[in-house]
Design a protein around this ligand. Structure first.
Ligand code: GLU
Length: 421
């Protein structure tokens, strides 16, 4: 756990590096300095302090944030994370990535993000419910189905979305399913939302494998992280006939060249994705990244592939299921080494895409079958992958810069049309 916390402290540089690539993307597309000035930080950032009665009758004050990057295209959209290491800079950078994801998939949204500094692993269900409701009361003025639509993120789930939706509906005095996405099915959730991030990653892996001439059946895959995205992804890859040879959680990693028993691991993982503590022989997360494999999927936390270890990565394809796992220097090294890197803002956009479907279904009050969700998700993400791959080839830029160029275009255009710049 100590490495997890240390790595996540790098968040100030996450914002810096996001700004660097946004600037580069805007320059390449020929936009003015004013457009960059507008987009380099969120338009709004609300900090709230939330008093919560704990089970032992003491009162604890929690700090929460909600950032809204840009709402020129439409309402802002993005998850809420509950984590002890959340901070303002991180939430800002994450809201900007949400803008890029929405631009890449062509959703009618800008980006938003929220976070509360807390450790849900140390809290009771009752405390979590009070905190979820308290946060909604604190941010209720700036959110809503046509303003800013939250969703799950790290350590938040459909139960937390349900409490938040209920609290918001009470405040507004009418049922408001479209206020938040990632809800349980019975409360207006969408089929396919829970597995959507992993589904999006799977689509990107399929497309990248085609480009690299790798047959998915039998391909050796390492997945770092066993949370929502990592665990579903390991299952999908296993079911597709690929060999998942390594997985990890916050405490360590397990690796076996002959393939792991994914069904057993899924059965044993706890609700926070912890499973390696059951094994005597583990390796570190860093060691796992350097093992021999065809496809590597960092699905855990930021700053995992850096200039220190990028030259040790053996995979031919790296697909970023986590937000920000590869630094800019490492992106350069991997690209020079001809590793096909599918950047986070594309690879992890499946979640917000199905969130959009959920919101559309809430607005129209008419719900789709799982198959319809799958077909629509696949069509959108294959199209986005192709656009970015083509941009990278024709403009001779790496996949990250290509993704930023595709992602930032609509937001820049919309801001200009509105007369903001
Ligand atoms: N938290 C997810 C993300 O980072 C999903 C956001 C959403 O569904 O709005 O993409």
């Amino acid at each position: 756990m100590s490495t997890t916390i240390k790595e996540e402290k790098e968040t100030a540089s996450l914002l810096d590096s996001t700004q660097v690539v946004i600037k580069e993307a805007l320059d390449k597309l020929g936009y003015s300095e004013e457009v960059f000035e507008l987009l380099k930080e969120p338009l709004r950032m609300l900090t709230v302090r939330i008093p919560i009665k704990m089970d032992d009758n003491t009162t604890k004050i929690f700090t929460g944030y909600r950032a809204q990057h840009n709402d020129a295209v439409g309402p802002t959209k993005g998850g809420i994370r509950f984590h002890p290491e959340v901070d303002e800079e991180e939430v800002k950078a994450l809201s900007m990535w949400m803008s890029l994801k929405c631009g890449i998939v062509n959703l009618p949204y800008g980006g938003g993000k929220g976070g509360i500094i807390c450790d849900p692993r140390q809290m009771s269900i009752g405390e979590l419910e009070r905190l979820s409701r308290g946060y909604v009361r604190a941010i209720s003025q700036i959110v809503g189905p046509t303003k800013d639509i939250p969703a799950p993120d790290v350590y938040t789930n459909s139960q937390i979305m349900a409490w938040m939706m209920d609290e918001y509906s009470r405040i507004r005095e009418h049922d408001s399913p479209g206020f938040i996405t990632g809800k349980p099915l019975v409360l207006g959730g969408s089929h396919g939302r829970e597995k959507a991030t992993a589904q999006g990653v799977t689509i990107c892996i399929e497309e990248a494998a085609k480009r690299k001439g790798i047959e998915l059946k039998g391909a050796r895959i390492i997945v770092q992280g066993f949370g929502n995205a990592g665990s579903f992804l390991a299952k999908f890859m296993h079911d597709a006939g690929a060999k998942v040879i390594g997985i990890s959680d916050a405490y360590g990693a397990i690796y076996n060249q002959d393939g792991l028993d994914i069904d057993y691991l899924l059965d044993k993982r706890d609700s926070f994705g912890t499973v390696t503590t059951l094994f005597d022989h583990t390796i570190t997360n860093q060691e796992l990244l350097e093992q021999d494999c065809d496809i590597l999927v960092p699905a855990a936390i930021s700053n995992q592939i850096t200039k220190e270890n990028a030259h040790l990565i053996k995979a031919q394809i790296v697909v970023e299921a986590a937000n920000g796992p590869t630094t800019l220097e490492a992106t350069k090294i991997l690209t020079e080494r001809n590793v096909l890197l599918v950047p986070d803002v594309l690879a992890s956009s499946g979640g917000v895409t199905v969130s959009y479907f959920e919101w559309v279904q809430n607005n129209q009050g008419y719900y789709w079958e799982d198959e319809e969700v799958q077909t629509k998700l696949k069509a959108l993400l294959v199209n986005s992958f192709n656009q970015i791959y083509e941009m990278s080839e024709t403009r001779k830029v790496d996949m990250r810069l290509a993704a930023y160029m595709v992602g930032v275009r609509k937001m820049a255009e919309a801001s200009i049309f509105r007369g903001w710049v």
